[in-house]
Design a protein around this ligand. Structure first.
Ligand SMILES: NC(=O)c1ccc[n+]([C@@H]2O[C@H](COP(=O)([O-])OP(=O)(O)OC[C@H]3O[C@@H](n4cnc5c(N)ncnc54)[C@H](OP(=O)(O)O)[C@@H]3O)[C@@H](O)[C@H]2O)c1
Length: 301
């Protein structure tokens, strides 16, 4: 019985022994690939001894391994928890940061996340960013003008700079669609905060930063221990809007038309688009609602 070494990555096996060809994929430009050689030995191999000339043989396995360690800021929130859950399901190591720390409800994925309670303005970044390969920020929200500037803008600017200082190679920001709003409405603290955060991501991470701009996000949102099934509204609306897209498109140049016309997106699609962003080195820049859905499709199984 041959014993095989299982590797989490696609690998090449330059084996003259049996001429098998394995799918090979390598991205030599990526900084964070660890290329190493592993010796593995067949024990009591049930093989053609003429071909091997011995009972046991030593082969070299070259493996491209990209260990992923993702920090999700706001990991306990509606969008953040979907991202943590999706990342865990893809075998990615996840650190979830929020002031409240670990969510109070249960779920097997929750046990697989390393929860760090902390406020992004005061957290000890040594506890979360060392060895991280990506930071995803879902931090944002509503309140007074000042609060919205602070939470949507300043909090993310702090996070982007901390990630940059710690050499984290990728930053993904959950921002927001602009709904085609007139400029005077876009000057609210919510949107100006978001755009400030976006600029910081794109200037500090010009070749890897990701800004996702979803509209209304639907899914099951937990509020005070209850689950709000936003998908009961969001899902059919998304379907109707996609079916009528050709008729409504001409209206989209009207100011604020996207308040009605921007299709909602499921929280799972936002999470999958983030996974795509974590995994694909060529995925960077600003992504619209339609592009978020396309990115999600790339990693959906
Ligand atoms: N939901 C939507 O329909 C929608 C649509 C478009 C864009 N977005 C954007 O998507 C993002 C996520 O939205 P969401 O609905 O998931 O919001 P949410 O449920 O309120 O989640 C926000 C998360 O951020 C954490 N947080 C807030 N302030 C923090 C701080 N100072 N330090 C550390 N953690 C902090 C919160 O946990 P603690 O309170 O425990 O700290 C929570 O985990 C936001 O930026 C939002 O603007 C949402």
């Amino acid at each position: 019985m041959a014993s095989f070494l299982h590797l989490p990555a696609i690998f090449t096996l330059p084996s003259p022994l049996h001429g098998a060809s394995f799918p090979a994929r390598s991205r030599p430009n990526s900084l964070f690939h660890t290329r190493f050689s592993i010796k593995c030995r067949y024990a009591e191999a049930n093989v053609n001894k003429d071909a091997f000339n011995s009972v046991s043989a030593t082969i070299d396995v070259l493996a491209d391994v990209k260990p992923e360690r993702v920090v999700v800021l706001g990991g306990s929130g509606f969008v953040g928890s979907a991202i943590c859950k999706a990342a865990v399901s893809k075998g990615i190591e996840v650190i979830g940061v929020s002031r409240s720390g670990r969510p109070t409800y249960s779920g097997s994925w929750i046990d697989q996340v390393n929860w760090v309670p902390g406020d992004v303005f005061y957290v000890n970044w040594d506890d979360v960013l060392v060895g991280a390969t990506a930071v995803v920020s879902t931090i944002g929200g509503f309140g007074s003008e000042e609060q919205m500037q602070r939470i949507n803008g300043d909090a993310n600017v702090v996070a982007v700079n901390a990630a940059k200082d710690y050499g984290v190679p990728k930053f993904i920001l959950i921002s927001v669609h602009d709904y085609n709003l007139p400029q005077f409405l876009l000057s609210s603290g919510y949107f100006t905060g978001k755009r400030k955060a976006e600029s910081e991501v794109l200037s500090k991470y010009p070749n890897s930063g990701v800004v996702l701009r979803p509209g209304f996000i639907y899914g099951k949102r937990r509020v005070d221990g209850f689950e709000l099934p936003l998908d009961l509204i969001g899902e059919p609306v998304e379907r109707i809007m996609s079916a009528t897209e050709n008729f409504t498109k001409p209206l989209s140049s009207l100011p604020a038309s996207d308040l009605l016309l921007a299709p909602p997106v499921s929280v799972d699609d936002v999470a999958l688009a983030v996974i795509n962003g974590i995994r694909d080195d060529d995925f960077f820049g600003i992504f619209t609602i339609a592009q978020i859905k396309e990115a999600a499709d790339k990693v959906r199984v």
